[in-house]
Design a protein around this ligand. Structure first.
Ligand code: NAD
Length: 355
């Protein structure tokens, strides 16, 4: 097996601290992974005047996967929008063609109290939201704000999907379900929207190619309700860009702990950008208290989805559960009776728990 090329983009704030811990865990697995590191976000702006310098983008395009920390700091908020750190993520998504966003929401038994939902609703939760990331009303043309003949102003956007775009994300969802509990919920608004009607028709057709996976359809308004009413009945949820934007945030909050949530964005060559769902947390940067688990779990997703190393991914996920069972907690997930640890100690504990 030729070495897997991994680009590390630690970024700003707590980014470097948490990426260091994920790298420590990856190294402990002794897999053939070659790493490179580059600047991104505010750190890249400070050094090169741009949040996504050409050299960084080139390395990302040539890599098999990117492990991204986080970008941003309030000190960059006055920059012109194209120069702000967060633009780096959009640039990477666009150039790498990352159309499939994976956001798992897993509620660890040991952290069940962190959720705002009742423990019995949330204990054992393990769902995966797959959001289409490059189409829909966020990118549809025409769009704009125009003045009508009667002098009123009107804002308008275009919701659109082509059949191939729906098939592409649909396949990703069915394939992911095959690695899980073989159930896909496709979310749309086909009772009102033409785009959603095409979405549903296409999903029904595609579903015939995956007879081993059950396909269910749900309207977005109902899905938003069911996610808080009975979240455990979902396995894989697949939906368009706008509905997915909302549902993935809703689902991630079911678990209550932002420092625990990984994410992945993939293209059709299984090249991916893996990052924690949280931001750069400038308020705690450099203090050694950030929770590295979301980034470590993002590295596990990378092993599963870009490297097909399911066993190694399982080992990391099991190790994370083990350290939580040992009662180790960074301050964000600390509760009475547990042991408070810092970023490095948490990373070391995961390495130890790999066995
Ligand atoms: P944030 O996610 O950085 O922080 C929100 C709160 O959660 C803070 O109190 C922070 O201390 C805490 N937190 C976040 N991650 C944590 C971790 N791993 N361990 C412990 N506590 C953690 O969101 P914010 O404060 O709204 O944004 C800060 C900066 O991050 C902004 O510049 C924003 O634009 C940027 N941001 C970047 C990304 C990204 O890089 N993908 C995503 C969201 C926000």
């Amino acid at each position: 097996m030729s070495a897997f090329k991994l680009l590390l983009l630690p970024g700003d704030g707590i980014g470097p601290e948490i990426v260091d811990e994920a790298l420590k865990v990856l190294k402990a697995l002794s897999l053939p992974i070659e790493t490179q590191m580059a600047l991104v976000g505010g750190a890249a702006y400070d050094a090169h005047g741009h949040p996504l310098p050409d050299a960084t983008l080139k390395l990302a395009m040539q890599s098999d996967a990117v492990l991204f920390g986080a970008v941003g700091d309030w000190k960059y908020d006055t920059l012109d929008r194209p120069l702000r750190p967060e633009q780096a993520i959009l640039g990477l998504r666009k150039n790498m063609g990352l159309f499939a966003n994976f956001r798992p929401a897993i509620c660890y038994e040991q952290l069940v109290g962190a959720s705002s939902l009742k423990p019995e609703l949330i204990a054992g939760l393990d769902i995966l939201i797959i959001r289409e990331l490059t189409g829909d009303i966020y990118f549809g043309q025409p769009r704009g704000i125009r003045t009508l003949e009667n002098g009123e102003c009107e804002g308008f956007d275009t919701m659109r999907y082509t059949r191939p775009e729906i098939q592409r994300i649909g396949r990703v969802a069915f394939e992911a379900a095959r690695k899980r509990n073989r159930h896909v919920t496709s979310v749309d608004k086909s009772n009102v929207l033409e785009t959603s009607q095409l979405w549903r028709d296409t999903m029904v057709e595609l579903g015939k190619e995956y007879p081993d996976v059950t396909l269910e359809h749900m309207y977005i308004d109902n899905a938003a309700m069911q996610l808080v009413k009975e979240p455990k009945k979902f396995d894989v949820v697949v939906t368009g860009n706008m509905f997915g934007d909302i549902l993935s945030d809703e689902a991630s909050m079911l678990t209550g702990s932002i420092g625990m949530l990984p994410s992945a964005s993939l293209n059709d060559k299984k090249q991916g950008l893996y990052e924690p769902s949280h931001g750069s947390a400038p308020d705690i940067a450099g203090k050694g208290v950030a929770n590295p688990l979301a980034t470590i779990l993002s590295a596990a997703m990378m092993l599963r989805y870009s490297l097909d190393q399911n066993e190694a991914a399982d080992r990391i996920e099991t190790a994370v559960k083990k350290v939580l069972s040992q009662g180790l907690r960074t301050p964000d997930i600390h509760s009475p009776g547990t042991t408070r640890v810092g970023t490095r100690e948490m990373g070391d504990a995961v390495v130890q728990a790999l066995g």
